[in-house]
Design a protein around this ligand. Structure first.
Ligand code: F6R
Length: 614
């Protein structure tokens, strides 16, 4: 697709999108822009603000129309798209003529009239020159959920469950997320002279694949954009990762099988597809699954298979991958990603006399239930009671402070964030749990409490120099030989991605100032898992170690029955970890590189991507 542009990272994706918009404004100073909210365009707005400040990009004659707004929604509420647009863009540029559909409460006749008026304003402005879009995991554009008619116009709509679940963290709980919204229609979007859809992050990969390579259908509203005469799709590598070219490169017409990694992945996928162990694969099987070119390029298929088997087997070897007496730094975005994803391997690392530090990126306080804090305060949990006692106001007793917290909880409005006292108590809950877990794996905990985590209150939600400074200090203090990072970016609030960005910025400075080079490991398991063939090292373990791992995950008591389950996956985190680790081991068993096991004595595997080169 010539209108598909894949960027190595979010930053370059946003810079390019902003440059595209800036060019339009320079060519047509009174351009009419359709704008979007959500996490996706934040970087584009940052870059537009920079272009305005540093390169005099002039918005004085520009008119903008936003796609949508929740309903009901006060414009000043922290979650409102009015507020979002002011904070991310309009407070920082010279654009006066901007519009966002109103979410203020009114009767349905009035809403209908306002929607007609919104369409009229767009038409009177001359129609949209360019519509900027994100994509929801339902495939929605604007808030046009699956089934939205092609000719739909601005109207009041119902939001899908998935869309509301994805917004739950912003609203401090699913129940606070409005069920309705006002959105431009598909027809309004399709009438724009150009559309620019942006998607980033692994959590968008599946829907991007459906929208760009599946059927063109109103069941996947974004797929309809393929019929737009001038649609551009800007993706980062992660969002593009399920497109055939990236997900199954061995099926590409120009696949070059001199590359062992490609041979390995091709054979693993063939083996899974035909349901045979590697050493049972025949030339015929490979032809059947579209790997005729592989057979053709290999002088001996048998030798090629044996080589891949040997390679894979060496990837199950602890002795090759787990060092001794080294400094290991595991960066866990939330307090529990570490144990869910690498609990068994951290345990093994400690057994080999490594010096293991687990650094927790954010406090995770948003995911602690109010009632759990109240229960702990009432029973005077030592850690929490100590904090309350140390922070008593003058003349206040413990009971007074407890009553004050309770009063705040009962009086606060839906969606209002925690006050400082409550936030700190919740932080302490999670720090206590993580400290217990670390003790069992012999690791030293470090709580970074990165400030960006709290910035959703001001909707700034960007990694700042303060975050980077904390991370840099961590690297200087721990001088790691291996850094374990999350390779999964699908957490509901984008926290994993922001922790990663913080790390990348800090690591760059650390290495520039002469810090020791380190090997990177990436892990998954809390929200998703590597597919067969994607791992570089499979850390194999038995049932007793899985029991220890589950015990450690269960130390995170506040995360039982999680507040932000993220997907529709109803399983507890320890169940997800157990099932995923079992499934990974089972895949290796089916490939024939790991011996079979009895059902009462299963084998498990944690998968890692190891990059020594970066
Ligand atoms: C925003 C909008 C939505 C978002 C989509 C993706 O105005 O209409 O369609 O673009 O939900 O949201 P993020 O970017 O937060 O993943």
């Amino acid at each position: 697709m010539s209108n598909l542009h894949v960027f190595t990272d979010y930053q370059s994706q946003c810079q390019e999108a902003a440059a595209h918009i800036a060019k339009l404004i320079n060519d047509k100073p009174n351009a009419v822009l359709g704008l979007a909210t959500g996490s996706t365009p934040i970087g584009v707005y940052q870059e537009l603000v920079r272009l305005h400040r540093e390169e005099n990009l002039d918005f004085s004659q520009v008119t903008t129309f936003n796609l949508d707004e929740y309903y009901p929604m006060e414009p000043s509420a922290p979650q409102s798209y009015h507020r979002f647009m002011r904070e991310h863009l309009f407070d920082h540029i010279n654009c006066q003529n901007w519009h966002v559909p109103s979410g203020e409460v009114r009767n349905s006749d009035q809403i209908e009239l306002d929607c007609i008026q919104y369409e009229k304003m767009i038409a009177d402005a001359g129609g949209l020159d360019l519509q900027l879009l994100g994509i929801g995991r339902t495939g929605h554009i604007g808030f046009n959920e699956p089934g939205s008619p092609l000719n739909s116009k601005t109207r009041l709509v119902l939001l899908d469950y998935q869309t509301r679940a994805d917004a739950a963290a912003d609203f401090f709980g699913l129940d606070n997320v409005p069920v309705r919204a006002i959105t431009m229609g598909i027809g309004t979007i399709m009438a724009a002279r150009e559309v620019l859809l942006l998607a980033n992050g692994i959590k968008k990969a599946a829907i991007v694949h459906e929208a760009l390579e599946g059927k063109i259908t109103s069941k996947v509203p974004a797929s309809l954009l393929r019929e737009h005469p001038n649609a551009q799709f800007f993706l980062d590598k992660q969002a593009a990762s399920e497109l055939t070219e990236y997900a199954r490169p061995w099926l590409a017409p120009n696949a070059d099988f001199r590359d062992l990694t490609l041979r390995r992945r091709a054979l693993i996928s063939a083996s899974a597809e035909v349901g045979k162990a590697l050493n049972k694969l025949t030339a015929n099987d490979l032809q059947q699954v579209g790997l005729g070119a592989f057979v053709h390029q290999m002088p001996s298929l048998e030798a090629a298979i044996q080589e891949v088997e040997r390679d894979l087997q060496s990837r199950l070897d602890d002795n090759r991958f787990i060092p001794e007496k080294k400094n290991i730094l595991c960066l866990s975005p939330h307090p529990d990603d570490d144990v869910i994803c690498c609990g068994a391997t951290l345990y093994k690392m400690n057994e080999r006399s490594n010096n293991v530090t687990v650094a927790y990126g954010v406090s995770g306080s948003n995911a602690v239930r109010d009632k759990d804090v109240l229960a702990m305060l009432r029973t005077r949990h030592p850690r929490l009671a100590k904090y309350v006692e140390e922070n008593l106001k003058e003349g206040q007793s413990y009971q007074d402070a407890f009553d004050e917290i309770r009063q705040f909880l009962f009086e606060r409005e839906a969606g209002q964030p925690d006050n400082l006292m409550l936030r700190n108590l919740k932080r302490l809950v999670r720090e206590g749990e993580a400290s217990d877990a670390c003790r069992k794996i012999g690791a030293t905990p470090r709580f970074l409490d990165l400030p960006f985590y709290y910035s959703h209150e001001s909707k700034s939600q960007a990694v700042g120099d303060g975050d980077v400074k904390i991370m840099l200090q961590l690297l200087r203090d721990t001088t790691p030989d291996i850094v374990m990072l999350t390779g999964e970016k699908s957490d509901p609030h984008g926290t994993h991605e922001m922790c990663e960005e913080t790390f990348e910025r800090a690591a760059k400075i650390y290495l520039q100032e002469g810090g020791k080079a380190f090997v990177r490991w990436e892990y998954r398991g809390a929200w998703e898992e590597y597919q067969a063939g994607e791992g570089d090292f499979y850390s194999i373990f038995d049932k007793p170690l899985m029991e220890i791992k589950i015990g450690i995950i269960l130390d995170h008591i506040s995360q039982l029955d999680p507040m932000f389950p993220g997907t529709t996956d109803p399983r507890e985190f320890y169940e997800r970890a157990r099932d995923r680790n079992r499934a990974t081991a089972r895949e290796l068993q089916q490939l024939g590189v790991l011996p079979p096991s009895r059902s009462f004595d299963p084998i498990y595997a944690e998968a890692f991507q190891v990059d020594e080169g970066k």
